[in-house]
Design a binder for this molecule. Structure first.
Ligand code: PGA
Length: 251
């Protein structure tokens, strides 16, 4: 049975001190409930070590928001997968649309990042999703297919460790959520694309999260869809109560 996961993506928000408080609050609220899904917070690099010090990773997992496409060396300003793993983190978001859009990340660099994440025992949360124009001109299924195919040089054993996050770019931070039917259609499409390459059995084991203006008020309907296995949460993850409200959609 594949896992249900609710993962927060803090993006470039909170100071270290604010991040520690938020993480403590999330951990505290989760300790007092029985979450029916895995919960993860993905935080800025600067926050990984201090946040790891205040959470119980049996309650809430920890991840980074990116890692380098190189192992080590003269790459000023980059943070390697090994460095991320050495903080105690177990996850890393890769290929977020903001990385693709503003920092020129491509399929070529993303497969390297994914390989290095896996080599360092980090679970990649690999983001895919179309922009508004592609939604409107009807090419969205092909666009997302090619983003997923960027990982198809991985062995089946490695691909099985990846979590996919479908995040339609037009829904990120806009308050405009995909309908639960739009999400379900795309998640089923992604699962089919994976099944064609790796087989139905493996495709059924892959967790596919939805992201894009997910909040407590719409999470239940989205997560009720058979191929939606949780969410990648931006804005609503910056407040402990709303983040936990989304986790409760699985209860
Ligand atoms: P949002 O962001 O929930 O603020 O729309 C989601 C994401 O970008 O991961």
């Amino acid at each position: 049975m594949r896992k249900n996961i609710v993962a927060g993506n803090w993006k470039m928000n909170t100071t270290v001190q604010e991040g520690i408080s938020l993480a403590q609050e999330v951990n505290g609220l989760l300790k007092n409930m029985k979450a029916n899904c895995d919960v993860v917070i993905c935080v800025p690099f600067t926050h990984l070590v201090p946040v790891n010090g205040v959470i119980d990773q049996n309650i809430v997992g920890l991840g980074a928001e990116n890692c380098a496409d190189k192992v080590k060396g003269a790459f000023t300003g980059e943070v390697s997968a090994q460095m991320v793993a050495s903080t105690g983190a177990n996850y890393v978001i890769l290929g977020h649309s903001e990385r693709r859009q503003y920092y020129g990340e491509t399929n070529e660099t993303l497969i390297e990042k994914t390989r290095l994440a896996l080599e360092n025992n980090l679970t990649p949360i690999f983001c895919v999703g179309e922009v508004l124009e592609e939604r409107e001109n009807g090419t969205y299924n092909d666009v997302v297919k090619s983003q997923v195919e960027a990982l198809f040089s991985l062995s089946a054993e490695d691909f099985a460790k990846v979590v996919i996050a479908y995040e339609p770019v037009w829904a990120i931070g806009t308050g405009k959520t995909a309908t639960s039917d739009q999400a379900q259609d795309m998640h089923a499409h992604i699962r089919n694309v994976i099944a064609e390459k790796y087989g139905v059995e493996l495709a059924q084991e892959i967790s596919i999260l939805y992201g894009g203006s997910c909040k407590p008020s719409n999470a239940k309907e989205l997560f009720a869809k058979p191929d939606v296995d949780g969410g990648l949460i931006g804005g609503a993850a910056l407040e402990a109560a709303s983040f936990i409200g989304i986790v409760e959609a699985f209860n």
